[in-house]
Design a protein around this ligand. Structure first.
Ligand code: ATP
Ligand code: MG
Length: 558
């Protein structure tokens, strides 16, 4: 598994091609790319790679980028998806200005082009069923067989195609096929279907059309109509490039260059929209924006920033070879970003009460805490301290092993920003669970250091029991247990049953003013953000974006 060994510099083979084209003036100095999502689902982190690449190279070379919805399949597409895609691209920080296009806007023109292909003897109406077309296509080692309808006259083809458009035939009764070569070594060139009949309403064109153009035919012509220069797509389209070129050459129209790059795969993640839709529909997650989803909206809700995702895209680079990127690299990127920006807070996720027996009953002290040690301009805040506090249950052990440096009977620890305390005894309930930990404190250690130079090995966080905020915190683990969930017959069977855990936590009071989307580092516990879905005026809900443990820096030797 590797993360960024192919390109840690910002140069990549696509930029090299563009640089060369600018030098030779191939496109008259223009760089014009497009991001062409099909509106059949929410965008995921793989799309983010493509967005950063398409918009990024155009920006770098003074070019422009279109947002084009590839909406040729009326049954799976939806306005909800169109809206979410626009929101996500904007959120990532990219701007398509007024260049928002839809392949469906070109249906009329694509139809005219099809007529032209028929007139040139380059397309024919075929009556074979989808099944029959598949069965006569041949294999990688055997040529296909020509359709018995292949040699219809141009007049008959024109008549039938017009009647297809007029709605005279039921779904699947006929197709329009490009007349190329049934013996081609490339299966995509064996008379591919370019139009099919589908009596289905389209989310933009309504019932105007009952024939719909296929992706391969539509995509190249849309690129051509928009005068795209570099049409960047993922590797699986490499074998489709001859067809892309054939359509444009046969019609003699403006001809962009298709360039393929490797798609992003991430460990512990399924990426395709079809599978993500399954997770949503089968209710393994609570929507496309569930914080465990690799969707852009899920990452946003989880607390990822656009900067961290753009940084990730830059670090993984762009290569010609498929690989799987370690999820830990994505987590590394958000830690890097939030470390600099997120204010610190003390929040106890699994509280147990500590009573400081020698602390005055009614005293409440204001102690000074640093908001962000990485950013001096963020200043300090006051934290209230009193006789009863909460600490994490696992910051105490009654019978600790040797190297346990946190609180245990007789052992002294530092309460962050407060005092040194020493445990004297514990109180348990009938089943043996600790309900109270009793301690004494050393008044001389205010602020967390001892005038006599006495050192403690452990520092733990805390909140004052009577001065804290109740909050729900949602803790996440990877959605899948295995690095490669697709190796299972049903990837759903590999879902991690502990991927979501909700705890009731005690937080520092100042957090009550936090707004949806605000981000914090909870000391020792990770980065968290205020959840947009479950937060109410009564209760704040936090998502853990990522823990503090960095497995990426270790792996990569940073
Ligand atoms: P999926 O397989 O998830 O359904 P798709 O390729 O069908 O994705 P499109 O909406 O057609 O989704 O993709 C829009 C653009 O994003 C295309 O140019 C596609 O190549 C690119 N893209 C999709 N998935 C990835 C990925 N994992 N890595 C990089 N680019 C991707
Ligand atoms: Mg697709």
């Amino acid at each position: 598994m590797n993360g960024n060994n192919e390109s840690t510099t910002s140069e990549n083979f696509i930029k090299a091609i563009i640089r060369e084209d600018l030098k030779t003036n191939k496109w008259g100095g223009r760089v014009h790319t497009r991001f062409p999502p099909e509106p059949n689902g929410y965008l995921h982190i793989g799309h983010a790679k493509s967005i950063c690449l398409n918009f990024g190279v155009a920006q770098e070379f003074g070019g422009i980028t279109n947002l084009r919805f590839d909406d040729t399949n009326p049954t799976k597409e939806d306005v909800e998806y169109v809206d979410s895609i626009k929101e996500d691209v904007k959120w990532l920080g990219f701007d398509w200005a007024d260049r928002e296009y839809y392949a469906s806007d070109y249906f009329e023109q694509l139809y005219e082009y099809a007529i032209e292909l028929i007139k040139n003897g380059k397309a024919y109406v075929c009556d074979l069923s989808a099944e029959e077309i598949k069965n006569t296509r041949g294999t990688l080692t055997e040529p296909g067989t020509e359709s018995p309808y292949r040699n219809r006259s141009i007049e008959e083809n024109l008549d039938l195609f017009q009647r297809m458009k007029a709605g005279e035939f039921p779904d699947g009764a006929k197709t329009l096929r490009a007349k190329i070569d049934m013996k081609s070594g490339n299966l995509n060139m064996r008379d591919p279907v370019i139009y099919r009949i589908k009596h289905t309403e389209h989310h933009r064109t309504g019932n105007k059309w009952c024939i719909y153009p296929m992706y391969d035919y539509t995509h190249c012509l849309s690129d051509s109509i928009e005068r795209i220069t570099h049409s960047l797509c993922t590797l699986e389209f490499e074998d489709h490039r001859p067809l892309y070129d054939w359509v444009l050459d046969e019609l003699g129209v403006y001809h962009p260059q298709q360039i393929e790059f490797a798609r992003l795969n991430l460990s512990y993640t399924v990426m395709s929209k079809r599978r993500l839709l399954q997770l949503v529909e089968e209710k393994y997650v609570d929507g496309w924006d569930d914080p465990r989803m690799p969707t852009i909206s899920g990452l946003r809700r989880r607390g990822y920033t656009p900067e961290s995702i753009r940084d990730f895209a830059e670090r993984i680079g762009v290569a010609k070879r498929e690989n799987t990127v370690d999820l830990a690299l994505l987590e590394f990127c958000i830690r890097e970003d939030l470390n600099k920006r997120a204010n610190r807070a003390m929040v106890v996720l699994d509280p147990v009460k500590v009573i400081i027996d020698n602390y005055p009953d009614d005293l409440v002290e204001e102690l000074e805490a640093i908001n962000n040690p990485e950013d001096a301009s963020s200043g300090t805040r006051k934290v209230l301290f009193s006789k009863e506090i909460y600490i994490e249950r696992d910051d105490f052990m009654e019978n600790p092993p040797k190297k346990y440096f946190r609180l245990s009977p007789g052992q002294e620890v530092r309460l962050r920003y407060a005092y040194y305390i020493t445990c004297t005894n514990v109180v348990k309930d009938d089943s043996g669970n600790i309900t109270e930990i009793h301690c004494t404190y050393d008044p001389e250690t205010k602020g967390g250091s001892s005038p006599d130079g006495r050192r403690v090995k452990g520092t733990i966080h805390w909140v004052s029991a009577n001065h804290c905020l109740e909050t729900d915190v949602r803790l996440y683990e990877n959605l899948f247990l295995n690095e490669d969930p697709m190796q299972f017959e049903r990837f759903q069977d590999n879902i991690n049953p502990n991927s979501l855990q909700i705890v009731n936590a005690k937080a520092e009071l100042f957090l009550k003013n936090a707004k949806v989307g605000d981000k914090f580092q909870f000391e020792r516990k990770g980065y968290f953000c205020v959840d947009s879905k479950y937060t109410t005026s009564e209760k704040l809900v936090f998502n853990r974006t990522v823990t503090l443990k960095d497995s990426w820096a270790k792996v990569s030797g940073k």
